[in-house]
Design a protein around this ligand. Structure first.
Ligand SMILES: [Cu+2]
Length: 125
């Protein structure tokens, strides 16, 4: 009898914790897609990097660094948020990318106040 009560209490608590956790995890801005795509090898050098997140983001506290094979950050213009899609960050490149491999390190602040970051690579043929 005691064991049964204890185990259903435990199950209910675990369930509540799972629900609470998945709700807060869902609210974070995760990178959903990007252009050029991660691991892609593109023919034409992009004029801007476009990153689409799972949540709306605050452009003033979001941005990225892009570096080439020498690990030096390349010049980029101020990060902008797509006027029509508040979950999309657009970062224009100030110089055309030459052929080679590039790493992007991004960080964003989602509108719920949570920060996320990550990185990916792509290359220009
Ligand atoms: Cu969040």
């Amino acid at each position: 009898m005691f064991n049964h009560k204890f185990s259903s209490f435990f199950t209910a608590t675990a369930l509540l914790a799972t629900v609470a956790f998945s709700q807060s995890a869902m609210a974070h801005a995760h990178l959903k897609s990007q252009f050029p795509a991660a691991n892609a090898s593109v023919d034409a050098a992009p004029q801007a990097l476009t990153l689409t997140f799972s949540e709306d983001i605050e452009p003033a506290f979001s941005g990225l660094e892009i570096s080439g094979a020498d690990n030096k950050a390349l010049p980029v213009a101020k990060a902008q948020r797509n006027g029509a899609k508040k979950n999309q960050l657009i970062v224009p490149l100030e110089k055309p990318l030459t052929s080679g491999k590039y790493q992007v390190n991004w960080h964003v602040l989602s509108v719920d106040g949570h920060k996320t970051k990550g990185n990916y690579t792509f290359s220009v043929k």
